[in-house]
Design a protein around this ligand. Structure first.
Ligand SMILES: Cc1cc2nc3c(=O)[nH]c(=O)nc-3n(C[C@H](O)[C@H](O)[C@H](O)COP(=O)(O)OP(=O)(O)OC[C@H]3O[C@@H](n4cnc5c(N)ncnc54)[C@H](O)[C@@H]3O)c2cc1C
Length: 529
């Protein structure tokens, strides 16, 4: 694709294997560009495995009159659902009305309401929520997702886990997505389309000439370095975007990034139905309670300023107390710290739009190209999981002047690996898998289809009995699956497999984890690093 006289290794070299980096790699490779992506840790190990895992418009951004972002994200939900019906599915959200609630709310919507109806001060009235949900239903158009309904909580299964003072609720639609698998299957598809994906490989230096970049990649496992030339650099380093600019590229940009930590609690399942809850707090924020990995409930999130990107984000005691007391103001059965099975935290790399609070900072993305001192670089600021595909399209549009012969956008409507079936066909895929591999349990088959979709058949291949799947690591993880993950999904450690390619770590014992780690270190050499 590149037309310069010097033969370059790549057209694009992408720094960062989160959802934005891998989404850009897939889109660009599909258009015939020669692409490399370097991720210093595991794919998705940064923010992209630590989200609330929703494809959503962001109901609360309506209070900030951020209609463009909400509309964009709402429209995108169904496009994404169709491309990955295995790892993403529609979800209903119950929003209980809380008539007692009063809070100091400074959003543009509440300021307007306080101006028109001064006696409403400190309230988010039911009609305002219903109006917001009306906009939410109609702003982005819906083909598959159900619209908003009202719900009487007394005597309904949805009301059963809640305190009796909550009488009425609204129910609306958004979608669930397995965020870390989304990153990995984008990387896998990028590779299928010709991209080179380097994991555990840090971009440590880059020098700019008039026509290209010379980029140093350090393999952190083997402590080896390689230098590649590329026509263009894409800095998709998420929370590290400014560090890469300042420390690696020795460039200074005027753009600021705001680091906002969000944490989640995973606790034993609090209720039996498959719907999620949205709770309003008396600080004006909301939190979600979501059915998680069959046996658990996910509760989150928080908004806390995070000092610097090199500080590993962890759920602080204050955040745990905050989430527990927030949830306890809605659920009948009080949660305690003893119920916490696991916590995780991530850092939102938000574009700094000068907002006063972490909660109100914009979730939209900003792309900035710099060509001042020679070969181009594009820096990505902000973004959401939900908008990753559009972000990638916008990146490719922005760099078209450097690759004028590049084909047009293509990713909308093209299935990701394993997602080549209809959005309502998961049960049918599970039945098919069980009919071919009758030794699987229903739960096991469901897990495989919801992780790999039609690739589950490629993983199990010609197995006739469980013995054909090799070593059993526990929790239905077998050697066949581990080999697939190492060979096709860039997994290099037990943690990659147990906490990102799957969440089987929730059920595994220490011994089982050690056995898996031993197996992986023995087999490491069989797989390209
Ligand atoms: C708590 C929380 C909840 C969220 N919930 C949602 C949600 O429900 N829905 C939604 O749409 N969005 C959500 N988001 C937002 C979304 O998760 C992020 O916007 C998105 O994951 C950012 O992706 P990224 O690729 O930009 O960054 P990252 O995923 O952090 O990827 C950047 C990568 O760059 C790598 N890197 C950095 N420096 C180098 C280097 N020198 N060399 C090589 N690699 C490098 C890092 O290791 C990292 O893996 C949430 C975010 C948080 C924190």
């Amino acid at each position: 694709m590149s037309d310069q006289r010097v033969k370059l290794d790549y057209d694009l070299l992408i720094i960062g294997g989160g959802i934005n980096g891998t989404g850009i790699a897939r889109d660009a490779a599909g258009r015939g560009l020669k692409v490399a992506l370097a991720e210093m840790n595991d794919l998705g190990e940064g923010t992209s495995s630590a989200s609330t895992k929703l494809f959503h418009g962001g109901l609360r951004y309506l209070e900030y009159f951020n209609f463009k972002l909400v509309r964009h994200a709402l429209k995108e939900r169904e496009t994404l659902l169709q491309a990955m019906p295995h790892i993403s599915w529609p979800m209903r959200f119950i929003l209980p009305l809380n008539t007692e609630m009063r809070f100091e709310n400074t959003t543009p919507a509440s300021r307007l309401i306080n101006f028109i109806f001064p006696w409403m001060k400190g309230r988010r009235p039911a009609w305002m929520i219903r109006f917001g949900l009306f906009l939410y239903d109609h702003l982005g158009g819906r083909k598959f997702l159900a619209g908003t309904t009202s719900l009487i909580l007394n005597d309904s299964p949805e009301g059963a886990p809640l305190q009796e003072k909550y009488k009425k609720a609204y129910e609306y639609s958004d979608c669930w997505v397995d965020d870390s698998r989304l990153v990995v299957i984008n990387a896998r598809d990028a590779k299928i389309r010709g991209a080179d994906i380097f994991v555990r490989t840090k971009v440590t230096a880059a020098t700019q000439t008039k026509s290209h970049w010379k980029v140093t990649l350090q393999n952190l496992r083997e402590n080896t370095t390689q230098v590649f030339s590329t026509k263009m650099l894409i800095n998709a380093a998420g929370p590290w975007v400014s560090n890469v600019l300042a420390d690696t590229l020795l460039k200074h940009s005027g753009t600021q990034i705001r680091l906002v930590r969000g944490s989640h609690l995973v606790i034993k399942k609090l209720y039996d139905h498959q719907k999620s809850y949205v709770f309003q707090g008396n600080d004006g924020r909301i939190i979600f309670a979501i059915p998680y990995e069959t046996d658990f409930t996910l509760i989150g999130t928080t908004d806390v300023e995070h000092e610097n990107s090199n500080l590993i984000p962890e759920c602080s005691t204050e955040e745990q107390d905050y989430l527990i007391s927030f949830a306890n103001s809605y659920f009948k059965k009080a949660i305690t710290k003893a119920d916490i099975v696991w916590t995780y935290s991530g850092v939102r790399p938000l574009y700094d739009d000068g907002a006063s609070s972490a909660t109100s900072a914009s979730r939209d993305y900003v792309l900035k190209i710099d060509t001042i001192e020679g070969a181009p670089i594009l820096n990505v600021y902000g973004g959401k999981i939900t908008t990753y595909r559009c972000l990638a399209e916008d990146v490719l549009k922005a760099i078209t002047p450097f690759f004028p012969n590049m084909p047009n956008h293509w990713t909308a409507g093209v299935a990701l690996p394993g997602g080549d079936f209809g959005i309502n066909d998961v049960p049918c895929q599970i039945t098919n898998l069980l009919s071919v591999y009758s030794f699987l349990s229903q739960r096991w088959a469901t897990r495989l289809i919801k992780a790999y979709g039609t690739d589950a058949f490629n993983i199990l291949a010609n197995a006739i009995s469980k013995d054909d799947l090799g070593q059993d690591f526990g929790a239905t993880l077998t050697e066949k699956e581990v080999r697939w993950l190492m060979g096709y999904e860039f997994a290099r450690s037990a943690e990659d497999i147990l906490w990102r390619r799957s969440k089987l770590g929730l059920w595994m014992t220490e011994n089982q984890v050690q056995n898996l780690e031993d197996f992986i270190s023995q087999k490491q050499k069989e797989f390209s690093i």
